[in-house]
Write a protein that binds this ligand. Sequence first.
Ligand code: IZC
Ligand code: ZN
Length: 423
Amino acid sequence: MKLDLVIRNIGQLLTMAAGGPVKGKDMNQLSVETDMAIGVKDGNVVWIGKDAEVNDLQYDRFINANGKLVTPGLVDPHTHLVFGGSREHEMALKQQGVPYLDILKQGGGILSTVRATRQATEEELFEKGMFHLQRMMSYGITTVEAKSGYGLNEETELKQLRVARRLNEHHPVDVVSTFLGAHAIPTEYKEDPDAFLEAMLAMLPDIKKQGLAEFVDIFCETGVFSVDQSRAFLQKAKEYGFDVKIHADEIDPLGGTELAVELGAISGDHLVGASHQGIHALASSHTIAVLLPGTSFYLGKESYAKARKMIEAGVAVALSTDFNPGSSPTENLQFIMSLAALKLKMTPEEIWHAVTVNAAYAINRGNVAGQIRIGRPADIVVWDAPNYQYVPYHYGVNHVNTVIKAGNIVYERGEGYVSSPVS
Ligand code: IZC
Ligand code: ZN
Protein backbone atom coordinates (compact mmCIF):
# COMPACT_ATOMS: atom_id res chain seq x y z
CA MET A 1 0.00 0.00 0.00
CA LYS A 2 1.36 3.40 -0.99
CA LEU A 3 0.72 6.11 1.58
CA ASP A 4 -0.29 9.68 0.69
CA LEU A 5 1.78 11.29 3.41
CA VAL A 6 4.28 10.34 6.07
CA ILE A 7 5.31 12.55 8.98
CA ARG A 8 8.87 11.54 9.85
CA ASN A 9 11.41 12.25 12.51
CA ILE A 10 8.93 13.00 15.31
CA GLY A 11 10.89 13.76 18.49
CA GLN A 12 7.88 13.48 20.81
CA LEU A 13 4.54 12.08 19.76
CA LEU A 14 1.40 12.58 21.86
CA THR A 15 -1.38 10.43 20.39
CA MET A 16 -3.70 11.19 23.34
CA ALA A 17 -5.32 7.80 22.68
CA ALA A 18 -8.07 7.16 25.23
CA GLY A 19 -11.31 5.23 25.40
CA GLY A 20 -13.36 8.18 26.65
CA PRO A 21 -13.02 11.52 28.43
CA VAL A 22 -10.00 11.46 30.73
CA LYS A 23 -11.00 12.29 34.28
CA GLY A 24 -9.28 13.55 37.41
CA LYS A 25 -5.83 12.20 38.21
CA ASP A 26 -5.69 10.25 34.92
CA MET A 27 -5.32 13.62 33.19
CA ASN A 28 -1.78 13.76 34.56
CA GLN A 29 -0.81 10.45 32.91
CA LEU A 30 0.57 11.20 29.49
CA SER A 31 2.07 8.66 27.14
CA VAL A 32 4.97 10.17 25.18
CA GLU A 33 6.54 8.21 22.34
CA THR A 34 9.89 9.17 20.86
CA ASP A 35 11.48 8.79 17.40
CA MET A 36 8.14 8.13 15.75
CA ALA A 37 6.47 8.47 12.36
CA ILE A 38 2.85 8.58 11.16
CA GLY A 39 1.44 7.34 7.84
CA VAL A 40 -1.68 8.86 6.26
CA LYS A 41 -3.88 7.59 3.45
CA ASP A 42 -7.23 8.87 2.15
CA GLY A 43 -7.38 11.41 4.95
CA ASN A 44 -6.96 8.90 7.77
CA VAL A 45 -4.11 7.78 9.98
CA VAL A 46 -3.21 4.27 8.76
CA TRP A 47 0.18 3.65 10.33
CA ILE A 48 2.01 4.72 13.50
CA GLY A 49 5.47 3.36 14.18
CA LYS A 50 9.13 4.03 14.79
CA ASP A 51 10.82 6.36 12.34
CA ALA A 52 13.39 3.68 11.56
CA GLU A 53 10.61 1.51 10.09
CA VAL A 54 9.59 4.15 7.54
CA ASN A 55 12.21 2.90 5.07
CA ASP A 56 9.98 -0.12 4.45
CA LEU A 57 7.03 2.09 3.43
CA GLN A 58 6.11 3.70 0.13
CA TYR A 59 4.69 7.18 0.16
CA ASP A 60 4.03 10.20 -2.06
CA ARG A 61 4.98 13.00 0.26
CA PHE A 62 6.69 13.46 3.58
CA ILE A 63 6.98 16.09 6.27
CA ASN A 64 10.10 16.22 8.38
CA ALA A 65 9.13 17.05 11.96
CA ASN A 66 12.81 17.80 12.65
CA GLY A 67 12.86 15.96 15.96
CA LYS A 68 10.09 18.12 17.39
CA LEU A 69 6.65 17.69 18.95
CA VAL A 70 3.64 16.23 17.11
CA THR A 71 0.12 16.13 18.61
CA PRO A 72 -3.50 15.82 17.54
CA GLY A 73 -5.05 18.98 16.12
CA LEU A 74 -6.38 21.13 18.95
CA VAL A 75 -10.12 21.24 19.65
CA ASP A 76 -11.70 24.50 20.85
CA PRO A 77 -15.04 23.51 22.43
CA HIS A 78 -16.54 26.95 23.23
CA THR A 79 -16.44 29.94 20.90
CA HIS A 80 -18.73 32.74 19.75
CA LEU A 81 -17.20 32.62 16.28
CA VAL A 82 -19.83 34.42 14.18
CA PHE A 83 -20.51 38.06 15.05
CA GLY A 84 -20.57 41.54 13.57
CA GLY A 85 -18.36 44.42 14.66
CA SER A 86 -15.97 44.48 17.60
CA ARG A 87 -15.89 46.10 21.05
CA GLU A 88 -12.55 47.85 21.45
CA HIS A 89 -14.48 50.98 22.54
CA GLU A 90 -15.40 49.14 25.76
CA MET A 91 -11.79 48.78 26.78
CA ALA A 92 -11.73 52.29 28.31
CA LEU A 93 -14.89 51.50 30.34
CA LYS A 94 -13.23 48.32 31.60
CA GLN A 95 -10.15 50.32 32.57
CA GLN A 96 -12.36 52.70 34.54
CA GLY A 97 -13.62 49.67 36.44
CA VAL A 98 -17.11 49.39 34.91
CA PRO A 99 -18.05 45.71 35.37
CA TYR A 100 -18.91 43.49 32.38
CA LEU A 101 -22.50 42.99 33.55
CA ASP A 102 -22.99 46.78 34.05
CA ILE A 103 -21.88 47.45 30.47
CA LEU A 104 -24.52 44.91 29.39
CA LYS A 105 -27.17 46.49 31.62
CA GLN A 106 -26.50 49.84 29.92
CA GLY A 107 -27.26 48.30 26.53
CA GLY A 108 -23.61 47.71 25.58
CA GLY A 109 -21.63 44.50 25.74
CA ILE A 110 -23.46 41.59 24.11
CA LEU A 111 -26.26 43.97 23.03
CA SER A 112 -23.78 46.14 21.13
CA THR A 113 -22.62 43.05 19.22
CA VAL A 114 -26.27 42.11 18.64
CA ARG A 115 -26.86 45.44 16.88
CA ALA A 116 -23.78 44.96 14.69
CA THR A 117 -24.71 41.34 13.90
CA ARG A 118 -28.29 42.24 12.96
CA GLN A 119 -26.95 44.91 10.59
CA ALA A 120 -24.31 42.71 8.94
CA THR A 121 -25.14 40.79 5.77
CA GLU A 122 -24.77 37.04 5.70
CA GLU A 123 -21.83 37.47 3.33
CA GLU A 124 -20.07 39.90 5.69
CA LEU A 125 -20.49 37.53 8.62
CA PHE A 126 -19.18 34.67 6.51
CA GLU A 127 -16.06 36.60 5.43
CA LYS A 128 -15.37 37.66 9.00
CA GLY A 129 -15.95 34.13 10.29
CA MET A 130 -13.50 32.80 7.68
CA PHE A 131 -10.90 35.30 8.85
CA HIS A 132 -11.17 34.24 12.51
CA LEU A 133 -11.35 30.55 11.61
CA GLN A 134 -8.23 30.81 9.49
CA ARG A 135 -6.40 32.41 12.40
CA MET A 136 -7.62 29.66 14.75
CA MET A 137 -6.28 27.06 12.35
CA SER A 138 -2.92 28.82 12.23
CA TYR A 139 -2.79 28.32 16.02
CA GLY A 140 -3.34 24.58 15.62
CA ILE A 141 -7.12 24.26 16.01
CA THR A 142 -8.72 21.71 13.67
CA THR A 143 -12.20 21.43 15.26
CA VAL A 144 -14.17 24.26 16.84
CA GLU A 145 -17.56 24.80 18.39
CA ALA A 146 -19.43 27.96 17.35
CA LYS A 147 -22.37 29.52 19.16
CA SER A 148 -25.09 31.80 17.85
CA GLY A 149 -26.50 34.34 20.30
CA TYR A 150 -25.90 37.72 18.68
CA GLY A 151 -29.23 37.78 16.89
CA LEU A 152 -31.72 37.31 19.73
CA ASN A 153 -34.42 37.22 17.08
CA GLU A 154 -35.36 34.51 14.63
CA GLU A 155 -34.00 36.20 11.52
CA THR A 156 -30.52 36.91 12.84
CA GLU A 157 -30.09 33.77 14.93
CA LEU A 158 -30.83 31.70 11.81
CA LYS A 159 -28.48 33.91 9.81
CA GLN A 160 -25.67 33.18 12.29
CA LEU A 161 -26.37 29.46 12.28
CA ARG A 162 -26.40 29.35 8.47
CA VAL A 163 -23.06 31.18 8.44
CA ALA A 164 -21.60 28.60 10.85
CA ARG A 165 -22.82 25.83 8.57
CA ARG A 166 -21.27 27.50 5.52
CA LEU A 167 -18.00 27.95 7.40
CA ASN A 168 -18.02 24.26 8.17
CA GLU A 169 -18.56 23.48 4.49
CA HIS A 170 -16.01 25.95 3.09
CA HIS A 171 -13.18 25.88 5.60
CA PRO A 172 -11.03 22.85 6.46
CA VAL A 173 -11.65 23.30 10.21
CA ASP A 174 -14.76 21.41 11.40
CA VAL A 175 -17.32 23.78 12.89
CA VAL A 176 -19.82 22.30 15.36
CA SER A 177 -22.87 24.50 15.93
CA THR A 178 -24.65 25.50 19.14
CA PHE A 179 -27.85 27.55 19.43
CA LEU A 180 -27.35 30.23 22.09
CA GLY A 181 -30.51 32.25 21.45
CA ALA A 182 -30.74 32.65 25.24
CA HIS A 183 -27.55 34.73 25.44
CA ALA A 184 -29.04 38.04 26.68
CA ILE A 185 -32.42 39.73 26.95
CA PRO A 186 -32.90 41.95 23.89
CA THR A 187 -34.15 45.49 24.47
CA GLU A 188 -37.54 44.71 22.89
CA TYR A 189 -38.20 42.02 25.53
CA LYS A 190 -36.67 43.87 28.48
CA GLU A 191 -39.95 43.78 30.42
CA ASP A 192 -40.78 40.16 29.62
CA PRO A 193 -37.77 37.80 29.55
CA ASP A 194 -40.00 34.72 29.79
CA ALA A 195 -41.78 35.69 26.60
CA PHE A 196 -38.35 36.05 24.99
CA LEU A 197 -37.35 32.55 26.09
CA GLU A 198 -40.65 31.25 24.65
CA ALA A 199 -39.79 32.89 21.34
CA MET A 200 -36.34 31.26 21.33
CA LEU A 201 -37.83 27.85 22.21
CA ALA A 202 -40.30 28.21 19.36
CA MET A 203 -37.33 28.21 16.96
CA LEU A 204 -36.05 24.81 18.06
CA PRO A 205 -38.17 22.50 15.86
CA ASP A 206 -37.08 24.40 12.75
CA ILE A 207 -33.41 24.42 13.84
CA LYS A 208 -33.65 20.67 14.42
CA LYS A 209 -35.33 20.05 11.07
CA GLN A 210 -32.69 22.05 9.20
CA GLY A 211 -29.86 20.46 11.18
CA LEU A 212 -28.57 23.94 12.04
CA ALA A 213 -27.36 23.16 15.59
CA GLU A 214 -26.38 20.15 17.67
CA PHE A 215 -26.45 21.81 21.07
CA VAL A 216 -28.55 24.36 22.91
CA ASP A 217 -26.85 26.66 25.42
CA ILE A 218 -27.98 29.43 27.81
CA PHE A 219 -26.19 32.25 29.68
CA CYS A 220 -27.20 31.50 33.30
CA GLU A 221 -26.02 34.66 35.07
CA THR A 222 -27.15 37.53 37.31
CA GLY A 223 -29.25 39.95 35.26
CA VAL A 224 -29.46 37.49 32.37
CA PHE A 225 -31.21 34.12 32.99
CA SER A 226 -31.81 32.56 36.39
CA VAL A 227 -31.21 28.95 37.34
CA ASP A 228 -34.97 28.26 37.18
CA GLN A 229 -35.33 29.87 33.77
CA SER A 230 -32.27 27.98 32.54
CA ARG A 231 -33.60 24.66 33.85
CA ALA A 232 -36.98 25.08 32.17
CA PHE A 233 -35.38 26.26 28.92
CA LEU A 234 -32.82 23.48 28.65
CA GLN A 235 -35.35 20.81 29.67
CA LYS A 236 -37.49 21.87 26.71
CA ALA A 237 -34.42 21.80 24.46
CA LYS A 238 -33.77 18.23 25.54
CA GLU A 239 -37.37 17.31 24.73
CA TYR A 240 -36.72 18.61 21.21
CA GLY A 241 -33.76 16.22 20.97
CA PHE A 242 -30.81 18.56 21.62
CA ASP A 243 -27.84 17.92 23.88
CA VAL A 244 -27.40 20.88 26.20
CA LYS A 245 -24.59 23.11 27.42
CA ILE A 246 -24.66 25.89 29.96
CA HIS A 247 -22.68 29.09 30.67
CA ALA A 248 -22.62 28.46 34.41
CA ASP A 249 -21.24 30.35 37.40
CA GLU A 250 -19.02 32.56 35.23
CA ILE A 251 -19.33 35.83 37.08
CA ASP A 252 -21.67 35.17 40.03
CA PRO A 253 -22.00 31.73 41.67
CA LEU A 254 -25.69 30.93 41.13
CA GLY A 255 -25.62 27.12 41.13
CA GLY A 256 -25.35 26.61 37.40
CA THR A 257 -22.76 23.87 37.91
CA GLU A 258 -25.26 21.72 39.83
CA LEU A 259 -27.86 22.46 37.16
CA ALA A 260 -25.50 21.23 34.41
CA VAL A 261 -25.15 17.91 36.25
CA GLU A 262 -28.87 17.70 37.04
CA LEU A 263 -29.69 18.11 33.34
CA GLY A 264 -27.00 15.68 32.16
CA ALA A 265 -25.46 18.49 30.09
CA ILE A 266 -22.64 17.42 27.77
CA SER A 267 -20.62 20.28 29.27
CA GLY A 268 -20.80 22.95 31.96
CA ASP A 269 -18.77 25.96 30.87
CA HIS A 270 -16.84 28.58 32.91
CA LEU A 271 -17.63 27.26 36.45
CA VAL A 272 -15.52 29.98 38.10
CA GLY A 273 -17.90 30.13 41.06
CA ALA A 274 -18.66 26.39 41.18
CA SER A 275 -19.47 25.27 44.74
CA HIS A 276 -17.89 22.34 46.57
CA GLN A 277 -21.08 20.33 46.00
CA GLY A 278 -21.15 21.32 42.35
CA ILE A 279 -17.59 20.12 41.82
CA HIS A 280 -18.30 16.76 43.45
CA ALA A 281 -21.52 16.36 41.49
CA LEU A 282 -19.53 16.99 38.30
CA ALA A 283 -16.96 14.35 39.25
CA SER A 284 -19.58 11.61 39.42
CA SER A 285 -21.31 12.71 36.20
CA HIS A 286 -20.64 12.54 32.46
CA THR A 287 -20.62 16.33 32.19
CA ILE A 288 -17.30 17.82 31.10
CA ALA A 289 -16.05 21.01 32.76
CA VAL A 290 -15.02 23.44 30.02
CA LEU A 291 -12.81 26.08 31.65
CA LEU A 292 -12.18 29.43 29.99
CA PRO A 293 -9.44 31.23 31.93
CA GLY A 294 -9.13 33.83 29.15
CA THR A 295 -12.28 35.52 30.45
CA SER A 296 -11.06 35.85 34.06
CA PHE A 297 -7.81 37.20 32.65
CA TYR A 298 -9.42 39.64 30.22
CA LEU A 299 -12.04 40.91 32.68
CA GLY A 300 -9.29 41.47 35.23
CA LYS A 301 -10.77 39.11 37.81
CA GLU A 302 -8.94 37.78 40.84
CA SER A 303 -10.75 34.47 40.73
CA TYR A 304 -10.26 31.66 38.27
CA ALA A 305 -12.04 28.30 38.04
CA LYS A 306 -10.79 25.89 40.70
CA ALA A 307 -9.20 23.47 38.27
CA ARG A 308 -6.99 21.81 40.91
CA LYS A 309 -9.97 21.05 43.10
CA MET A 310 -11.92 19.75 40.12
CA ILE A 311 -9.14 17.46 38.96
CA GLU A 312 -8.51 16.18 42.48
CA ALA A 313 -12.24 15.45 42.80
CA GLY A 314 -12.17 13.43 39.54
CA VAL A 315 -13.71 15.85 37.03
CA ALA A 316 -12.92 15.66 33.28
CA VAL A 317 -11.62 19.14 32.42
CA ALA A 318 -11.40 20.76 28.98
CA LEU A 319 -10.05 24.20 28.04
CA SER A 320 -11.25 26.72 25.50
CA THR A 321 -10.60 30.24 24.25
CA ASP A 322 -14.25 31.40 24.63
CA PHE A 323 -13.33 33.47 21.57
CA ASN A 324 -15.83 36.36 21.57
CA PRO A 325 -15.72 40.15 21.05
CA GLY A 326 -16.40 41.02 24.70
CA SER A 327 -14.80 38.92 27.40
CA SER A 328 -12.13 37.05 25.42
CA PRO A 329 -11.14 38.45 22.03
CA THR A 330 -8.45 35.92 21.09
CA GLU A 331 -8.20 32.92 18.77
CA ASN A 332 -5.00 31.80 20.48
CA LEU A 333 -5.68 28.57 22.36
CA GLN A 334 -1.96 28.24 23.07
CA PHE A 335 -2.16 31.39 25.19
CA ILE A 336 -5.06 29.80 27.08
CA MET A 337 -2.82 26.77 27.68
CA SER A 338 -0.31 29.13 29.30
CA LEU A 339 -3.04 30.72 31.44
CA ALA A 340 -4.13 27.23 32.48
CA ALA A 341 -0.59 26.58 33.69
CA LEU A 342 -0.09 29.96 35.35
CA LYS A 343 -3.55 30.69 36.77
CA LEU A 344 -5.30 27.31 37.04
CA LYS A 345 -2.09 25.54 38.12
CA MET A 346 -2.73 22.72 35.69
CA THR A 347 0.21 20.52 34.73
CA PRO A 348 1.32 20.35 31.09
CA GLU A 349 0.02 16.75 30.98
CA GLU A 350 -3.44 17.87 32.17
CA ILE A 351 -3.44 20.79 29.76
CA TRP A 352 -2.81 18.59 26.72
CA HIS A 353 -5.74 16.34 27.68
CA ALA A 354 -7.89 19.43 28.12
CA VAL A 355 -7.28 20.81 24.60
CA THR A 356 -7.49 17.51 22.71
CA VAL A 357 -9.40 14.42 23.84
CA ASN A 358 -11.55 16.05 26.54
CA ALA A 359 -12.34 19.07 24.40
CA ALA A 360 -13.50 16.73 21.62
CA TYR A 361 -15.80 14.85 24.00
CA ALA A 362 -17.23 18.16 25.22
CA ILE A 363 -18.68 18.67 21.72
CA ASN A 364 -19.53 15.05 20.97
CA ARG A 365 -16.56 14.57 18.63
CA GLY A 366 -14.63 12.17 20.87
CA ASN A 367 -14.77 9.46 18.21
CA VAL A 368 -13.27 11.57 15.39
CA ALA A 369 -11.16 14.34 16.92
CA GLY A 370 -8.64 14.94 19.68
CA GLN A 371 -6.64 11.71 19.25
CA ILE A 372 -4.17 10.33 16.70
CA ARG A 373 -5.42 6.78 16.09
CA ILE A 374 -5.35 4.28 13.25
CA GLY A 375 -8.52 4.60 11.18
CA ARG A 376 -9.35 8.10 12.38
CA PRO A 377 -9.08 11.39 10.47
CA ALA A 378 -5.50 12.63 10.34
CA ASP A 379 -5.92 15.94 12.23
CA ILE A 380 -2.35 16.60 13.30
CA VAL A 381 -0.13 19.50 14.36
CA VAL A 382 3.63 19.54 13.86
CA TRP A 383 5.01 22.01 16.39
CA ASP A 384 8.15 24.09 16.45
CA ALA A 385 8.64 23.00 20.04
CA PRO A 386 11.15 20.48 21.40
CA ASN A 387 8.71 18.93 23.88
CA TYR A 388 5.11 19.16 25.07
CA GLN A 389 5.93 21.20 28.19
CA TYR A 390 7.40 23.92 25.98
CA VAL A 391 4.09 25.07 24.44
CA PRO A 392 2.38 26.33 27.63
CA TYR A 393 5.74 27.52 28.95
CA HIS A 394 6.80 29.89 26.14
CA TYR A 395 3.72 32.08 26.21
CA GLY A 396 1.88 34.45 23.92
CA VAL A 397 3.39 33.33 20.60
CA ASN A 398 2.46 30.75 18.00
CA HIS A 399 4.48 27.52 18.10
CA VAL A 400 2.74 25.82 15.17
CA ASN A 401 4.80 24.71 12.22
CA THR A 402 2.34 22.67 10.12
CA VAL A 403 -1.36 21.85 10.48
CA ILE A 404 -2.81 18.75 8.82
CA LYS A 405 -6.59 18.39 8.59
CA ALA A 406 -8.09 15.10 7.37
CA GLY A 407 -4.73 14.27 5.77
CA ASN A 408 -4.31 17.59 3.93
CA ILE A 409 -1.63 20.14 4.77
CA VAL A 410 -3.84 23.17 5.47
CA TYR A 411 -1.37 25.53 7.12
CA GLU A 412 2.39 25.92 6.97
CA ARG A 413 4.52 28.54 8.66
CA GLY A 414 5.19 31.31 6.14
CA GLU A 415 8.41 32.34 4.49
CA GLY A 416 10.78 34.38 6.57
CA TYR A 417 10.17 32.29 9.64
CA VAL A 418 13.32 30.97 11.25
CA SER A 419 12.71 27.65 12.95
CA SER A 420 14.14 27.29 16.43
CA PRO A 421 17.22 25.08 16.78
CA VAL A 422 16.65 21.61 18.23
CA SER A 423 17.77 21.91 21.82
O1 IZC B 1 -20.08 38.89 23.70
O2 IZC B 1 -19.60 39.21 25.79
N1 IZC B 1 -19.83 35.88 28.43
N2 IZC B 1 -21.13 35.82 26.70
C1 IZC B 1 -21.09 35.40 28.03
C2 IZC B 1 -20.07 36.44 26.34
C3 IZC B 1 -19.23 36.48 27.44
C4 IZC B 1 -19.82 36.97 24.98
C5 IZC B 1 -19.83 38.44 24.85
ZN1 ZN C 1 -19.16 31.89 26.05
